[in-house]
Design a protein around this ligand. Structure first.
Ligand code: AMP
Length: 196
């Protein structure tokens, strides 16, 4: 898979839990030669490693609640200051509410950068519940029980879905259908990003 030419490289990937963001973010990042930065993965690694950050966030992630912005924003600020993110990045799972959108704007503008594109991976809520229940059997994630999945979808609808409109108003949003074979969805995403 080769990167489309003239591609924009500072991207956020939006979409409900279970839409396939993690899988697609890893593939896109490789194709675009930028780091995929997943706030959920960073939290899980810290919980697993028993760090202070892990202890702070564990109760939120287990319940499917958003981790407080003060914690999440500081972590993303540090991560985006690292050298590998200087030329581009693909954020997966951040921003997750309108306040985080403003924080990302601030982080980027302080270092003379701007966001190129927000890509929304769309998926029907019932399809994603099924996918997440299947993933639960494979990965055993603590937040993949049916109750917590439904709560995460509610949190997404209330707090995260509105940010797609914020990016749409800026002319930065593209939407891509997340239902289909993994390769097919990757090709759709690369085509949508390359068209910009
Ligand atoms: P994810 O792997 O993206 O589904 O994230 C798993 C969990 O990590 C979420 O349910 C939240 O508890 C937490 N989390 C991930 N990203 C964020 C964020 N940007 N803001 C707040 N909490 C987050």
């Amino acid at each position: 898979m080769s990167a489309p030419t003239g591609v924009n490289a500072r991207l956020v990937l939006l979409g409900p839990p279970g839409a396939g963001k993690g899988t697609q973010a890893a593939r896109l990042a490789q194709s675009l030669d930028v780091p995929a930065i997943s706030t959920g993965d960073i939290f899980r690694a810290n919980i697993k490693g028993g760090t202070q950050l892990g202890r702070t966030v564990q109760e939120y992630t287990a319940r499917g609640e958003l981790v407080p912005d003060s914690v999440t924003n500081a972590m993303v600020r540090d991560r985006l200051a690292q050298d590998d993110a200087a030329e581009g990045f693909l954020l997966d799972g951040y921003p997750r509410n309108v306040a985080q959108v403003a924080e990302l704007d601030a982080i980027l503008s302080e270092s003379g950068r701007t966001l190129d594109l927000a890509v929304e991976l769309t998926a029907d809520p019932e399809v994603v519940v099924e996918r997440l229940l299947r993933r639960a059997q494979i990965e055993g994630r603590e937040d993949d029980t049916e109750d917590v999945i439904r709560h995460r979808l509610d949190v997404y609808a209330e707090q995260t879905a509105p940010i797609a409109q914020v990016y749409a108003d800026r002319g930065l949003l593209v939407q891509v259908d997340g239902i289909g074979e993994v390769d097919e969805v990757t090709q759709r995403l690369l085509a949508a990003i390359g068209r910009r």
